[in-house]
Ligand binder design. Structure first.
Ligand SMILES: [Cu+2]
Length: 147
């Protein structure tokens, strides 16, 4: 009986030690793995978010939206701040044989428009300058007044 008891106690102690080790090991994994992987995931997400949003909207930049329809541009006259980084967005709502190309001679732009947003980035000139643009055939016209 005594020997049996001692054996049982030994087995119990061994089991207890093993399970304690297991618990500690699991706890250690649980504590270490998720924070390290989640912090790197978070910092990665922040880094990519910064990388994608920062150039798009720097504090000193301006965004000009112009909608493109079959009949022309809306607004036909847009205004911009001088000497400023500018994101000019031609949002093609309707594309026709007439308006499917855009030309902006002062920016050296002559290109096809695709449906949806077409982004042209440039820096505006001094106050008083005007950026004329038109469809590829020079029929539909619009302008950006820098003031
Ligand atoms: Cu045209």
């Amino acid at each position: 009986m005594n020997a049996n008891n001692a054996n049982a106690r030994k087995k119990y102690m061994l089991f207890a030690c093993l399970s304690l080790l297991l618990v500690l090991f699991a706890a250690g994994c649980a504590q270490q793995a998720p924070p390290s992987s989640s912090t790197s995931a978070v910092s990665g997400a922040q880094a990519s978010a910064v990388a994608t949003t920062a150039p798009a909207t720097p504090d000193d930049a301006q965004v000009i939206h112009i909608s493109v329809y079959g009949y022309g541009y809306d607004p036909p006259i847009a205004y911009a701040k001088p000497n400023t980084k500018t994101k000019l967005i031609f949002d093609a709502k309707e594309l026709t044989g007439c308006n499917q190309q855009i030309q902006i001679p002062s920016l050296g732009v002559f290109s096809d428009l695709k449906k949806g947003e077409n982004v042209i980035e440039f820096t505006t000139g001094p106050s008083g300058s005007v950026i004329d643009y038109a469809c590829g055939m020079n029929m539909l016209k619009g302008k950006i007044v820098v003031s």
